[in-house]
Ligand binder design. Structure first.
Ligand SMILES: Cc1cc2nc3c(=O)[nH]c(=O)nc-3n(C[C@H](O)[C@H](O)[C@H](O)COP(=O)(O)O)c2cc1C
Length: 223
């Protein structure tokens, strides 16, 4: 299994989020996965311009790292998102990537991939953020296998607790096992199919404005 992980912290590999992500990837690598981490620092995947080029033509008009990164993810089997909690949500660096995926979401282009989410925070609120990240993964077509969070204020020694380490490694293992078995949990299946219907209907309704996306769905569904 080939995994791309996106690390969206300005502290890069030295930060808390990188430490937690490493544990998840250790778990995945122990099951034979190969992982590559891309650091999003906010200057290589810029915010969306809202120009609609992705919907019309299938690729972004901005010439930065987004399109090569999208191709890298398309060629992989798994996508792990890792972000610090920045004011009760993902960092702007990760949000910029998510916004740039508007065309990916309209086509659910990451269908068949498996994903997971990783969050660290100063004081908590990790769960709604990993849920948000996993909801994003569903809308890209990927199957999220879960999320892990760690709160730094509850780690006075500066290291993750054994419980957090265990959950993070287990998440990485689960990612590879789910991909290998092609397991789709019923709840994820339901939400992914509901979103598929909704987005397909929207693209059909906007077929004049979004010819690339209309053609994309037509080739796959005949409608
Ligand atoms: C701009 C900013 C906003 C933050 N907002 C929150 C927050 O809303 N809630 C929280 O618990 N921690 C918050 N934090 C703390 C970080 O989430 C926490 O230190 C995190 O582990 C940093 O990860 P990193 O070392 O990978 O960058 C914030 C930190 C910064 C710099």
């Amino acid at each position: 299994m080939k995994i791309i992980s996106l690390l969206a912290s300005p502290h890069g590999l030295k930060g808390n989020t990188a430490g937690l992500l490493r544990l998840v990837l250790d778990g995945a690598e122990s099951e034979g996965a190969q992982a590559e981490t891309v650091i999003l620092r906010g200057n290589t995947v810029l915010p969306c311009l809202g120009c609609d080029a992705c919907h019309k033509k299938g690729s972004c008009a901005q010439k930065d790292d987004f399109e090569p990164l999208k191709d890298k993810i398309l060629a992989a089997d798994g996508l792990v998102l890792a972000s610090p909690n920045y004011i009760f949500n993902v960092s702007a660096q990760l949000k910029a990537f998510m916004d740039r995926c508007c065309g990916v979401i309209h086509c659910m282009s990451f269908w068949g991939k498996y994903g997971a989410s990783v969050v660290t925070s100063g004081g908590g609120d990790d769960e709604p953020i990993t849920q948000y990240m996993n909801h994003f993964l569903i809308t890209t077509g990927a199957v999220p296998v879960g999320g892990v969070g760690a709160t730094m204020s509850s780690m006075p020694e500066g290291d993750f607790t054994d419980e957090v380490k265990k959950s993070a490694r287990a998440l990485g293992k689960r990612l590879v096992e789910a991909w290998r078995a092609k397991t789709v949990p019923p709840q994820a299946e339901k939400r992914r199919n509901e979103f598929r219907q909704r987005i397909h209907a929207l693209v059909a309704y906007r077929k004049e404005e979004w010819p690339h996306e209309f053609q994309y769905w037509k080739e796959r569904t005949g409608a």
